[in-house]
Design a protein around this ligand. Structure first.
Ligand code: PA5
Length: 444
């Protein structure tokens, strides 16, 4: 059992009666999910994915990852949103932010996640002259950011290695049957992997979407799936002791009391992309119908030197959720310094993780004293197994939390608005009327 909720610092903010009052709603949300009778019920493929995943495809993913590790210096992963964040989050959590510099095997770079020409030019420079492969990931197969980056990188790959070799180095993860990318992949004979129909982007990291880049980074996807499966077992049980359900309940109790912002915080920089993944998961799932907690994040102690003042003394609109990683992968022993010139010998003769923990404990007490409700999600480590557990914990909590909020946690209609405007302003055929309207609105 690697993931657990610790509510001891919430006792001054939420009482037992409040938990009891919301529990029938948690029960109803659980039943809706299990019976597939709630909103978004055609996107519940993630619920038993750690058990029911496609074993044949899983073996093909491992084989493709092995080939990439053998024949590539670089793997460029093109994707955005749900087709990007989960893979990068797991790679950085498990292997560390400096995995490209410190680990053997191909360097993994992510692109297609912005429209920045500078970023794309940097990626091109990192690939030129190298043996590289591309994993293009897009469920729709038409996302502008991803398609544009892929167009450029494919051209580079074909130019550098020839079309025949390039076709063996492009891995397409997309819809099972439809979409431009699927058609292109079939026509060119690229190996393809599937984004399941009933799994939305933010719930897709344990499908081929995340698994291929994660495996290519040298992470055990068996361990990752095992962790998720262990979590699935625990957090599928309707019980007051189900920590994922309790976390969902806490979020909603606090939201109803006027706390409109949740800050996910961690004392490990390697967790930074997990924070981003969490923001997409909860932001896209709950931010609709003019409702929802706004998910934000911090990495501590870094952000205590920027956000610390606000958290201690600013408007009391938020609560904090700390991801408390119990075991550091790579500890550092602080030696005593002769002469104590820097005055830091009070930190010596112990591991640096102890100092980090004291900083966390001190901050918890300061922030709760400052009136910020604060819960802890305790995780044994950032191993592949434990990250798998954590992913499923958040998935389940998010689904229940969305139902408690009475929204459909599995759609994202709002994401389309910017795309329509962007297409119109860029003159995409079919958007002519909108273009004139928007250009008029942009005039001074
Ligand atoms: O959650 C979502 O649906 C989005 O974030 C998508 O994952 C993102 O827009 C990318 O879409 P696609 O995989 O179709 O390229």
């Amino acid at each position: 059992m690697s993931v657990a909720l610790n509510t001891k610092h919430l006792s001054g903010f939420i009482n037992e009666e409040e938990y009891a009052a919301i529990y029938p709603q948690v029960e109803a949300a659980h039943k809706q999910l299990e019976a597939k009778s709630g909103p978004g019920n055609d996107f519940l493929g993630w619920m038993y994915l750690p058990r029911d995943y496609d074993k044949e495809e899983f073996a093909r993913i491992k084989a493709a990852a092995k080939k990439i590790r053998e024949d590539s210096d670089v793997l460029v992963v093109a994707g955005i949103g749900g087709s990007y964040l989960g893979a990068r989050a797991v790679v950085e959590a498990v292997k560390g932010q400096f995995h490209n510099e410190l680990e053997d095997g191909p360097k993994i770079y992510f692109c297609g996640n912005s429209i920045s020409p500078t970023y794309l030019n940097n990626i091109i420079s990192l690939c030129k002259g190298k043996r590289f492969s591309i994993n293009v990931i897009s469920k729709s197969g038409t996302t502008t950011e991803t398609s544009l980056a892929f167009r450029v990188l494919r051209e580079l790959l074909e130019k550098e290695m020839g079309v025949e070799e390039a076709n063996k180095r492009i891995y397409a993860t997309t819809d099972r049957a439809k979409g431009t990318l699927k058609q292109l992949a079939d026509a060119q004979g690229w190996p393809t992997f599937v984004v399941p129909d009933d799994v939305g982007g933010r719930y897709s990291v344990l499908s081929a979407v995340g698994l291929l880049p994660i495996a290519a980074a040298g992470i055990s996807i068996d361990d990752l799936m095992k962790g998720a499966a262990d979590s699935m077992e625990r957090f599928s049980v309707l019980s007051k002791d189900n920590d994922a359900y309790k976390y969902a309940a806490i979020r909603n109790i606090l939201y109803r009391k006027g706390k409109s912002v949740e800050i996910l915080e961690c004392y490990e920089p390697n967790f930074a992309l997990m924070n981003e993944w969490y923001k997409q998961l909860f932001g896209e799932s709950e931010g609709k119908d003019q409702k929802g907690l706004m998910p934000t994040s911090c990495i501590f102690s870094t952000d205590l030197h920027s956000m610390g003042q606000f958290l201690q003394d600013g408007a009391r609109v938020m609560f904090e959720t700390y991801v408390d990683i119990k075991n550091t992968r790579n500890d550092f022993y602080i030696e005593e310094l002769e002469g104590n010139f820097d005055g830091l010998n009070f930190l010596a003769n112990q591991n640096m993780s102890v100092v980090n923990r004291k900083a966390m404990e001190g901050t918890i007490l300061a922030h709760t004293d400052g009136g910020v409700p604060l819960g802890l999600i305790e995780v044994d480590s950032l191993s592949a197994h434990d990250v798998g557990e954590l992913i499923y914990f958040f998935w389940k909590a998010c689904a229940i939390s969305g139902y408690l909020l009475s929204v459909n946690p599995f759609d994202q209609p709002g994401v389309e608005s910017y795309k329509k405007n962007m297409f119109a302003l860029l003159g995409k055929p079919g958007y002519e009327d909108r273009k004139a309207e928007l250009e008029a609105a942009l005039k001074d």
